[in-house]
Design a protein around this ligand. Structure first.
Ligand code: F6R
Length: 626
C-alpha cells in the first residue's frame, strides 16, 4: 500500500527520496511523486507508473532542495493518474502533503471546503488534507504567533477533523527545512542520524541510513528538522520519546545474489526458523519465553482462544489452532480479521486473542485487536516487525525474528509463524501442567511426547535444507504447469491448511486461478471441474489420512487430472505424475516442510511466465487500509 518517505539534512534530497521510494516499492504501488523546495517554492514531480519514471521528469536534475517528501500511491480513491498522485497541494500551493491511509469522511470535508471557496483537481480523499490545513492556517489570524506555531496548530486541527486512517507529511515554504508528520492507524517511523533525519512507512526502507528509530504512535505529531525532532500529542503538549535501535542490517533487506527477494527468502528459511526458535526451545528443558509473561493462573482461566489474521498469516493460524488444541486442550477458533471485527464474536476476560501479522501494520488485524481488547480479552501479537503498530496495541508480543521480508508473497514469515505457534503451544502446555503427557497427533491414535516434538522442531532447519537442495522435480512440473489456467490443491487435516497456502501463493504471483479444497469435499461439487489435463496438487503427510487421501487423488486421476503429490509417506504401488518427497516429521508441524515445494512451485511458474515475482500486480506488502 502507499509508501511515505521524507528527508531533511544537508544533502540533495531528490536522490535520497527516490532511493527511499525504491526501497518501499515492495509494498505495492501504481504512482509515485516527490516534492522539495526550490527558490522558496514547492516543486512537485509526480506521475503514474514506476518510481524510476520520476528521474525522467522535467526538472528532476535541477532539484537542489535539501529536504522533501515523497510517496508511492496504491490507488483507492481515483484511478492511477498524474493528478491523483501525491504529493498534493492546497489551493494556494502553500502546503504539500503526502498521505497513506483512507479519509472516510472526505466527502463531507470536501463539501465543507467547497462551501468555503476551495476547489479540487483530483478524485483523491487526500486532497482535502492540505486544504483543511490551509483553512485552519488562514483562520488563525494571530500575528503574535510564528508561522511554525500556526502551521503546527493548523495541522493538528486538520487531523482532528479526519475520520479514518492517516500517516501524513506536510511541508511549506513558510517553514523552511521542516517536515511535520502525524499519524493515526497508518504506519510511520522516523529515522535519525547525525545532522539528518528521515521519515518512512517502514524500517527496512531506511536501514542504509540509520538503525535508530522513533516509532510514532496514533494521534501523535512530530516536527522534524535536520537537527531536531519534537514530538507532540493531540493537544500539542511536547514530550520525549524513546529511541529504538533496530538490529536488522541493511544487507538483510538486499537480494544478496538471488534473482528475486522471494527466492532469497525461501532459501533463508532454515536460518529464519532457527532464529525463531532461538533460545526459546531446548531439549530436556522447559520452553523459555523471556518476552512473554503469561502466568499459570491466567492461562488456566482461559477457556477459548481466537487466532485472528489475514492471508498467509491466517493460514499459519490454522496450524496454530491444531497445535494449541492438541497440546493445550483449549478450544481455538481461527478468524479472518476483516470478518471477525464485524461478526460480534463472543469474547470475555476468559478469552485469549492471538493476532498474527508479519508486518504488524495490517489495518484489519489491528482493528480486530482493538475490538477484542475493548471486550475484555487479553491480546497476544505475533509479529515480525519490532515496534510495529500491532505490537504496541497488544497486551503481549512475541516476535518471529525471521528478518525483513521484502517480497510481497510471504514465505519465511509463514514458516516462522508456524514454528512459533509450535513452541508457544509447548510452552502453554508446560505451564498448564501437560508437560509429561502424550499428545495424540492423529485419528489413528498416534501419540508423541513433548520431548520428541521438541526434537522434531529442532530437526526442521536440516530437513528444510534437504528440500531446498532437491528442486529439480519441482522445476520440471513448473515447466509444464505454467501454461495452465486452473489448478487444484488438496489435503486432509493439517495438509488442507497447506493446500490453502499453496493455492494462495500460486494465484498471487502467477495469476493462475487456483482453489484449495479438503480432499474429501471435492466430490461434493468441485469435482465437476476436473477434466483432462487439469493439474491437481495434493499434500499428504499424515499417515492416518494417507489411504483416504490417495483414494481422493485416484478419483481425479480417473477423470484425467495430472497429479503432483508432496509427501513423506511411502507411495509404492501408486502412480502419480510427479512426487515431491519431503523428510518425515511429526504431522503437527509438517506444514513447515510441505509448504516449501509449493512456495518454490509458485516461484518457478511465475518466472516461467516472465512475471514480476516480488511485486505482483494489485498487491501490497503492508495492507494498511481496511
Ligand atoms: C500472501 C501475503 C498476504 C499477507 C496478509 C497479511 O503471500 O503476503 O496474504 O499474509 O496480507 O499480512 P501481515 O502478515 O503483514 O498482516
Amino acid at each position: 500500500m502507499c509508501g511515505i518517505i521524507g528527508y531533511v539534512g544537508n544533502k540533495k534530497a531528490n536522490s535520497i527520496l527516490i532511493d527511499g521510494l525504491l526501497a518501499l516499492e515492495y509494498r505495492g504501488y501504481d504512482s509515485a511523486g516527490i516534492a522539495t523546495l526550490e527558490n522558496n517554492e514547492i516543486k512537485i514531480l509526480k506521475d503514474k507508473g514506476r518510481v524510476k519514471n520520476i528521474l525522467n521528469l522535467d526538472g528532476y536534475d535541477k532539484l537542489e532542495g535539501t529536504y522533501g517528501i515523497a510517496h508511492t500511491r496504491w490507488a483507492t480513491h481515483g484511478k492511477p493518474s498524474k493528478e491523483n498522485s501525491h504529493p498534493h497541494f492546497d489551493n494556494s500551493k502553500t502546503f504539500a502533503v503526502v498521505h497513506n491511509g483512507i479519509i472516510e469522511n472526505y466527502n463531507e470535508l470536501r463539501a465543507f471546503l467547497t462551501e468555503n471557496g476551495y476547489t479540487f483537481y483530483s478524485q483523491t480523499d487526500t486532497e482535502v488534507i492540505p486544504n483543511l490545513i490551509n483553512y485552519y492556517f488562514t483562520k488563525l489570524n494571530d500575528s503574535s504567533k510564528e508561522n511554525n506555531e500556526k502551521i503546527l496548530e493548523a495541522v493538528s486541527s486538520a487531523t482532528k477533523d479526519l475520520k479514518g486512517s492517516y500517516a501524513i507529511e506536510v511541508i511549506s515554504p513558510l517553514i523552511p527545512e521542516t517536515i511535520i508528520v502525524a499519524r493515526k492507524d497508518s504506519p510511520l517511523v522516523i529515522g535519525t542520524s547525525n545532522g539528518e533525519n528521515f521519515v518512512a512507512s517502514d524500517i527496512p526502507a531506511l536501514l542504509t541510513y540509520t538503525r535508530d528509530f522513533y516509532l510514532l504512535d496514533d494521534n501523535e505529531l512530530a516536527v522534524i528538522t535536520k537537527d531536531s525532532i519534537t514530538f507532540y500529542n493531540n493537544n500539542l503538549d511536547t514530550y520525549n520519546k524513546e529511541i529504538k535501535n533496530i538490529e536488522w542490517d541493511a544487507s538483510a533487506a538486499e537480494k544478496n545474489g538471488y534473482e528475486d527477494y522471494m527466492l532469497k527468502e525461501i532459501f533463508e528459511q532454515p536460518n529464519s526458523i532457527r532464529e525463531t526458535i532461538g533460545s526459546r526451545l531446548k531439549l530436556n528443558e522447559p520452553c523459555n519465553f523471556d518476552d512473554l509473561d503469561i502466568s499459570a493462573d491466567y492461562l488456566k482461566n482461559v477457556n477459548k482462544i481466537f487466532i485472528v489474521a489475514c492471508g498467509t498469516a491466517m493460514h499459519a493460524g490454522l496450524v496454530g489452532k491444531v497445535l494449541l488444541e492438541k497440546l493445550c486442550k483449549i478450544p481455538t477458533e481461527v478468524d479472518i480479521a476483516s470478518e471477525f471485527r464485524y461478526r460480534d464474536p463472543i469474547i470475555d476476560d476468559k478469552t485469549l486473542c492471538i493476532y498474527v501479522s508479519q508486518s504488524g501494520e495490517t489495518a484489519d488485524t489491528i482493528t480486530a485487536l482493538k475490538l477484542s481488547k475493548a471486550k475484555g480479552a487479553k491480546t497476544l501479537a505475533i509479529s515480525n516487525v519490532i515496534g510495529s503498530s500491532i505490537t504496541r496495541e497488544a497486551d503481549y508480543t512475541i516476535y518471529t525474528h525471521a528478518g525483513p521480508e521484502i517480497a510481497v508473497a510471504s514465505t519465511k514469515a509463514y514458516t516462522s509463524q508456524v514454528v512459533l505457534f509450535a513452541v508457544l503451544a509447548i510452552h502453554f502446555a508446560e505451564i498448564l501442567g501437560f508437560g509429561n503427557s502424550e499428545i495424540t497427533i492423529n485419528s489413528d491414535g498416534g501419540t508423541i511426547t513433548l520431548d520428541n516434538l521438541k526434537k522434531d522442531i529442532l530437526s526442521l532447519p536440516k530437513k528444510l535444507n534437504n528440500i531446498l537442495e532437491n528442486t529439480d522435480i519441482i522445476k520440471q512440473f513448473a515447466d509444464e504447469a505454467f501454461k495452465e489456467k486452473d489448478v487444484f490443491f488438496l489435503g486432509r487435516g493439517i495438509d488442507e491448511t497447506v493446500a490453502r497456502e499453496g493455492s494462495l501463493k500460486l494465484k498471487e504471483i502467477s495469476y493462475i486461478h487456483s482453489e484449495a479444497y479438503a480432499s474429501g469435499e471435492l466430490k461434493h461439487g468441485p469435482i465437476a471441474l476436473i477434466e483432462n489435463g487439469i493439474n491437481v496438487i495434493s499434500i499428504l503427510t499424515d499417515p492416518s489420512l494417507a489411504k483416504k487421501s490417495i483414494s481422493n487423488i485416484q478419483e481425479v486421476i480417473t477423470r484425467g487430472a495430472k497429479t503432483m503429490v508432496v509427501t513423506n509417506q511411502d507411495l509404492e504401488g501408486h502412480e502419480f505424475d510427479y512426487v515431491i518427497e519431503i523428510p518425515e516429521v511429526c504431522p503437527l508441524i509438517s506444514p513447515i516442510l510441505s509448504v516449501v515445494p509449493l512456495q518454490l512451485l509458485a516461484y518457478y511458474i511465475s518466472k516461467n511466465k516472465g512475471l514480476d515475482v516480488d511485486k505482483p500486480r494489485n498487491l501490497a506488502k503492508s495492507v494498511t487500509v481496511e
